[in-house]
Design a binder for this molecule. Sequence first.
Ligand code: PMP
Length: 304
Amino acid sequence: MSAADFAYLNGELLPWNDAKIHVFSPVAKYGIGIFEGIRGYWNGHEEQLFLFRLKEHLDRYAFSQKAMRFDEGPSSRELTQALISLCHANQFRTTVHIRMMAFVDGLGEMSATGPVGTAITALPRATTKQVSRGASAQISSWMRISDNVMPARIKCNANYHNSRLAVMQAQLDGYDVAFLLNSRGKLAEAPAMCVFLVRHGQLVTPSGTNDILESITRRTVIEIAEEYLQLRTIERDVDRTELLLADEVFYCGTGAEITPVTSVDRISIGDGKLGPLTSKLREIYLSIVMGETKDHSEWRTAAY
Ligand code: PMP
């Protein structure tokens, strides 16, 4: 069974089941790969697939490879062409989640820097039900990896072992999502999302030195809050108990979009319902990513 018709691997569009790598490759042995998750939003009215903030994703993809000392791979232009040809080949007419990965292939050992392989896949992905209904969060007993251990700023495959432990604990304990604290006991992020809270009418989020991925959605939220709601975000350390005092909490990410959090450790946030600011930001964000507004067309790359 194949999830999509085609996948891209090392310069070729291959039938999904033929896109394979060797068991002995460094990526299989040690998780030596980096990746990006990118959304393509289908706009039925315009018959168009809009790739959201592709440039920023490609820039972070390049940074992750540089920080991992990978040999040079395809250029951003070549990657864009590959990604667009993949969407065409699969004839997507629905919102998709794209995964672009650079990995160390070949026969090397742990310190190998190449040959660098490239894989791109795209699969239909709708908005989760938590985006409308809200999510319950657990403060994880797992600690977020720190910058001088495994930098969260690098989007490398191996980092997601830490995320996976937290996700599994949260799910087994009956929560929707895990929030991880860092080695200083301050709020870091969720397994694939950044966290915001609203206190005294102010928008607050852990600063970039709190062991978080420099999230593109986080930056988008900061920008749209300032532009549309005249609200400047305070980037600082956040204590776990501040979440309980918050009027609103939400998390954001390419996959998660903007998801309200209605409780943390089973203690309700505010009145346990969707807050007005989260609701407004979610509405603005979704209308921009889907291309329902003409605003910020520079953030949307048309694939068709
Ligand atoms: N943190 C982590 C660890 C992530 O994997 C992601 C998903 N890429 C995010 C935050 C959100 O980042 P972005 O908004 O760029 O998708």
